[in-house]
Design a protein around this ligand. Structure first.
Ligand SMILES: *Cc1c(COP(=O)(O)O)cnc(C)c1O
Length: 407
């Protein structure tokens, strides 16, 4: 069995039935029917049939899905139009009115809204637990619990959930476990190894990797993917042929990109940690991360995601200093999203501002001095230099001890 670097380039080539080495874009909504009606019945009903009608499937989408299933070590996968389409379609393939879900206190903002505002309208109960506390998951179990939904490392504050523990709780209690593996990517973390049943992704991020597409993926057993596919037929969030093709292209360099990003992020985090303009750095690869040992147990690399709390005597001043930093950075672009080749930075408190209350933000660990960084593959020295020149614009507050934090 070839290794993942090879698989991410070569798996699923059989879906390209042309002689073109690079799969063409199948920009077609419909496909010539077989003149044999028995075969046509199969095409119309078979899961993900790649050449029937686009909402059912597409050759490139089948190719991409088979690569993702191999990377995540699951039987099968389905790609959809966005990460939220993947998450919502997968969850709706599992739960119905009267069911109960255990989720985390801190999730990607769209996922949190889906649980809090959508599912509750359909009489599906959701409990929210502190993901860093294994017992909290056990205490939240109910007879009608159908799903444990986790995200690790979580967005934006990089808390870790114990994958092996959750996998075991799921098996013991006959509850499906689902993880959002977007922040880690399958290069850094393969939750199926720890007994997690379903892996969902925003392929918009690391998997696509160039900030030029939106896509989502669900990876799981053949049976489960068939259920998700049936839901997707009626919910309709199919991935477009062009985005599917871009995703296929992006996946070819996934392993190289993610490893370079891991390395840049680790060294940038080391540097930031020593800066007098920083109150704290959260990066799962730092020994100062409270769950670093757990991260080492279940992750092969520590991703390009890090959070910094900019220093300041008060939260207002931290906010000011965060704004100065954002305004003066030249390489780090102030934009939503993550996981691309270019470094991005956002102010989560502003990004979440319109949708979430102050309390919700506090619960998710978002303070006004917090900046979330997605490290790209630019040269490390340029990335450090960029922060260095932006920090020079900040006034140093007198309480900081220059002996300890001097660079
Ligand atoms: C971006 C993101 C999503 C949503 O993905 P879209 O492609 O924007 O719909 C879900 N989970 C995480 C962790 C994300 O970062």
């Amino acid at each position: 069995m070839p290794e993942l670097e090879t698989n991410s380039i070569h798996i699923g080539k059989e879906y390209n039935r042309t002689n073109a080495v690079v799969a063409p874009i199948f920009q077609s909504s419909t496909y010539l029917a077989s003149d044999n009606l028995d075969k046509y019945v199969i095409a119309a009903s078979e899961t993900k049939h790649p050449e029937f009608y686009h909402r059912h499937g597409n050759p490139t989408s089948s190719q991409v899905a088979s690569i993702l299933a191999s990377l995540e070590q699951t039987e099968d996968a389905l790609v959809l139009a966005t990460g939220m389409a993947a998450i919502s379609t997968a969850v709706l393939a599992l739960v119905k009115a009267g069911d109960h879900i255990i989720a985390q206190r801190s999730h990607y903002s769209g996922t949190a809204l889906f649980f809090k505002e959508f599912l509750t309208d359909f009489n599906i109960q959701v409990s929210y637990v502190d993901q860093t506390n294994n017992d909290a998951f056990l205490q939240a179990l109910r007879p009608n619990t159908k799903l444990i939904y986790i995200e690790t490392p979580s967005n934006p504050n990089l808390d870790i959930t114990d994958l092996a523990f959750i996998g075991e709780v799921g098996k013991q209690n006959d509850i499906v476990t689902m993880v959002d593996n977007t922040f880690a990517s399958p290069i850094n973390q393969t939750p199926a190894e720890f007994g997690i049943d379903v892996i969902v992704h925003s392929a918009t991020k690391y998997l696509g990797g160039h900030s030029d597409l939106t896509a989502g993926a669900v990876c799981g057993s053949k049976d489960f993917i068939q259920k998700v596919w049936k839901r997707s037929l009626v919910l309709g969030a199919t991935l477009s042929p062009f985005d599917s093709w871009l995703l296929l292209r992006g996946l070819k360099t996934l392993s190289m990109r993610v490893r370079q990003i891991n390395s840049n992020a680790q060294r940038l985090a080391d540097w930031l940690q020593k800066s007098k303009h920083i109150k704290s750095v959260s990066y799962v690869g730092l020994s100062t991360h409270p769950q670093h040992e757990l991260a080492k147990k279940q992750m092969k690399g520590f991703t390009g995601m890090l959070c910094v709390e900019v220093a300041g005597a008060t939260e207002d001043q931290q906010y000011e200093n965060a704004q100065i930093t954002l305004k003066n950075l030249k390489i780090f672009t102030n934009a939503a999203s993550l996981g691309g080749v270019e470094s991005l930075i956002v102010h989560p408190a502003s990004m979440w501002g319109g949708h979430h209350s102050l309390q919700q933000k506090k619960d998710a660990g978002i303070n006004r001095g917090l900046l979330r960084v997605s490290v790209g593959i630019e040269h490390l020295h340029d990335l450090i230099q960029d922060f260095s020149q932006a920090f020079e614009k900040i006034q140093v507050t007198p309480w900081q001890d220059p002996q300890i934090k001097n660079l």
